[in-house]
Design a protein around this ligand. Structure first.
Ligand code: ZN
Ligand code: ZN
Length: 330
């Protein structure tokens, strides 16, 4: 009897054992599943934050470039090291931006490694390192992005004329253009440039816009110089080996070693076609007028590009720029 009972309980033990084992596996499985689910949620969140940062970086960077260049526009005082100053302010704003994730238990860090020229003179390149961390998950990514000077919800102003004309009466903003009054003529006179009077009441574009008349010889390929007139009226900028890049413009440099840009500075219209073709004045390209590093300001012959009633619109161009823009060589 006792023996039988012993056999029975042993048998029932072996019968129950698989059920126990199964239960243990099931419990283990479900905790594993919960952990896997949590990890999946974390990875979704981490990657979402990384994407959010990647999307917003160029917008925040563009605001920094606008604000830094506006400081120069308003004060006329150039930045001493634009790459460094833009990078530092960019870092401040990214620190603020990243701190908003702390409440959600996500560690986010964005280090701005470098702000420098892009291969495209109408962009500024930024290199950054993003780290997003939650739970055991850590996501690192290095980014190289372009910040557009031309495309965005607000324009970016050219700071260079405001630096050059400071102390000579100052340049002012008049709608979409820069009005020089007497300041540009004063600036040129102070450098001993001949025929500086030609730039009394001159104007030039205010914000950086990329010229669509590309190849540039299209400017001169119509008899009436209609493309050149439209380019001037719209205030476009052109790619240029000699013209200063945007970051150097913030430092008040009229020329630099980087691949840069150039625009036209337009003399005030005259009431008679007074300029005979043998008259000359500084060539109306901004890097020629603002090159005060030596004998960089050379002269050009006038081109009449538009007239209406008693108003004659001309600019001066040297032969190499005439060639660049497809305008007849003098
Ligand atoms: Zn153009
Ligand atoms: Zn430069």
């Amino acid at each position: 009897m006792n023996n039988k009972g012993y056999v029975m309980s042993l048998a029932s033990f072996f019968l129950i054992l698989p059920a126990f084992l199964l239960l243990m596996v099931l419990v283990d499985l479900s905790t594993n599943e919960a952990q896997t689910q949590e990890a999946t949620l974390n990875s979704h969140e981490v990657l979402g934050v990384a994407t959010d940062l990647e999307t917003n970086l160029p917008f925040i960077g563009r605001e920094v470039i606008r604000d830094k260049s506006l400081e120069v526009v308003n004060s006329g005082i150039p930045l001493s090291n634009s790459r460094k100053e833009v990078k530092e302010e960019f870092q401040n704003r990214m620190d603020k931006y990243c701190s908003k994730y702390a409440d959600k238990g996500v560690f986010v860090e964005c280090i701005i490694l470098k702000v420098d020229n892009s291969y495209d003179p109408f962009c500024v390149e930024v290199k950054s390192k993003i780290t997003v961390e939650k739970g055991t998950l850590k996501h690192n990514v290095n980014l190289t992005q372009n910040i557009s000077l031309t495309n965005g919800s607000f324009p970016i102003y050219d700071p260079l004329p405001f630096v050059k004309c400071r102390g000579h009466g100052g340049a002012t903003i008049n709608e979409e253009r820069i009005s020089y009054g007497s300041s540009l003529a004063n600036y040129l006179q102070s450098r001993g440039i001949k025929n500086y009077e030609a730039y009394e009441n001159a104007t030039s574009p205010l914000s950086i816009k990329k010229c669509p008349y590309d190849p540039y010889i299209l400017h001169g390929n119509t008899n009436e110089l209609v493309n050149l007139k439209n380019c001037i009226d719209n205030g476009f900028y052109h790619e240029s080996n000699d013209g200063a890049c945007f970051l150097c413009r913030m430092e008040g440099k009229g020329i630099c070693s980087h691949y840069g840009m150039e625009t036209f500075i337009i003399p005030a219209p005259t009431i008679s076609p007074c300029m005979n073709n043998s008259s000359t004045a500084p060539s109306s390209v901004d890097h020629v007028i603002f090159n005060d590093t030596g004998h960089g300001t050379y002269s050009g012959h006038p081109i009449l590009y538009f007239s209406s009633e008693n108003h004659y619109f001309s600019l001066y161009l040297d032969n190499s720029h005439r060639q660049k823009y497809g305008v007849p060589i003098f």
